[in-house]
Design a protein around this ligand. Structure first.
Ligand code: NAD
Length: 355
């Protein structure tokens, strides 16, 4: 029997409750498709600080490398916000991404037909939206040195090397080849030197993909165009900070941040996580939407384990559940037939995915 090792990092806030549902669904599809998943749990973020004093313990950074893939919930919360930056939960996540060298963050944005009324935008604008944000994840201003804050002056450094841009651009073009063969590279080349290097390098990489149509857009315009006419985009290629902001903006096309999954991949490792945070405002109430985590598990099956059949089972089950009107609280206002708890909707998805 095919057998895979999955490292689970539940994290903080709603992290544990959404990962529990993702595991429920994974167990259902692995049974149906005839493979086995073995889980090992690791600590990161606030939970790790409480247990060890370190947001990214060595045991986690080393241990997850032995797994075939890492499934991650979310980290962070007010309890740890007053700690110095190096000791904060978010630093733990940045360290994990860097350690695994997962440089490409893939964030698909799909608008489910059943939820066209859930977006704050008009149905005619968002119906049929299907785009992919490819965000560089371990470079740029979030990692650039030097950085500092002496209380009077603070600074960060936005830096990209040519080789970093080449490898992320290649990922975007490869994905575009399997989609609608259009890449829009987003930068701020009118102001930033680092963006000019980005743009020139993307142009060079594009020559290897003559079938793909490349366009460039400044990030401020892209933020506007995503709301004005999101259907114009197929693959959006961008750097770390711009991708962070644009993909949260794009999440609202789908109606709830609780729907959107992501895959972070590198040459060797893969980290699969919802795009949302630990949502401390709703943690522990059983009302969080686990679909982003469950859809991240589907991406893990596809990209890390090559279990396409199981991935499709999950994606079909999510669509069916939404089609039949099952909704968590965040989507309760939109054609809901039944409002479900986190655990109820997870069980219904698991049930449909196993059939
Ligand atoms: P957030 O994404 O946690 O929450 C934003 C809003 O969306 C909240 O109102 C929340 O209730 C809602 N929401 C998020 N996920 C939801 C879900 N699955 N179902 C229903 N509603 C959902 O962002 P935030 O409030 O800015 O940050 C909270 C904490 O999470 C902070 O400590 C932040 O640093 C951390 N954070 C972690 C990650 C990560 O782990 N990848 C990402 C972003 C923020």
């Amino acid at each position: 029997m095919r057998s895979y090792k999955i490292a689970l990092i539940k994290g903080d806030g709603i992290g544990p409750e959404i990962i529990e549902e993702a595991v429920k669904v994974l167990d259902a599809v692995s049974f149906s498709e005839g493979f086995e998943l073995k889980y090992e749990e690791y600590l990161l973020g606030g939970a790790a600080i409480d247990a060890t004093g370190d947001p990214a313990p060595k045991e986690t950074l080393e241990g997850v490398k032995k797994a075939d893939a890492v499934l991650f919930g979310a980290i962070g919360g007010e309890k740890w916000d007053s700690l110095p930056r190096q000791k904060r939960p978010e630093t733990g996540l940045l360290k994990l991404r860097k350690e695994l060298q997962v440089f490409a963050n893939l964030r698909p944005v799909t608008v489910y037909d059943e939820l066209v009324n859930a977006s704050t935008l008009k149905p005619s604008v968002i119906e049929g939206v299907d785009l992919m944000v490819v965000r560089e994840l371990i470079g740029g201003i979030y990692f650039g040195e030097p950085r500092g804050n002496d209380g009077q002056k603070a600074f960060n450094t936005m830096v990209y090397t040519k080789s970093e841009v080449i490898r992320i651009a290649k990922v975007a073009f490869e994905i575009a080849m399997k989609r609608n063969k259009r890449v829009c590279s987003v930068d701020k080349a009118n102001v930033l030197d680092v963006s000019q290097l980005w743009r020139d390098t993307v142009e060079e990489v594009a020559k290897e993909y003559p079938e793909v149509m490349l366009s460039h857009m400044y990030v401020d315009n892209a933020a506007m165009q995503l709301i004005r006419d999101p259907k114009q985009f197929d693959v959006i290629l961008t750097g770390n900070i711009f991708g962070d902001i644009l993909s949260d903006e794009a999440s609202m096309l789908s109606g709830s941040i609780g729907l959107l999954p992501s895959a972070s991949i590198g040459e060797k490792y893969g980290l699969y996580e919802p795009i949302h945070g630990s949502a401390p405002d709703i943690a522990g109430q059983g009302i969080s939407n686990p679909i982003a985590a469950i859809a991240s598990a589907a991406m893990m099956l596809r990209f890390a384990l090559n279990e396409e059949g199981a991935a499709q089972r999950i994606e079909r089950a999510i669509k069916q559940v939404l089609h039949e009107g099952y909704r968590t609280q965040d989507l309760s206002a939109y054609d809901a037939k039944e409002i479900c708890s986190t655990s109820e909707i997870g069980s219904i998805i698991a049930n449909y995915a196993s059939k």
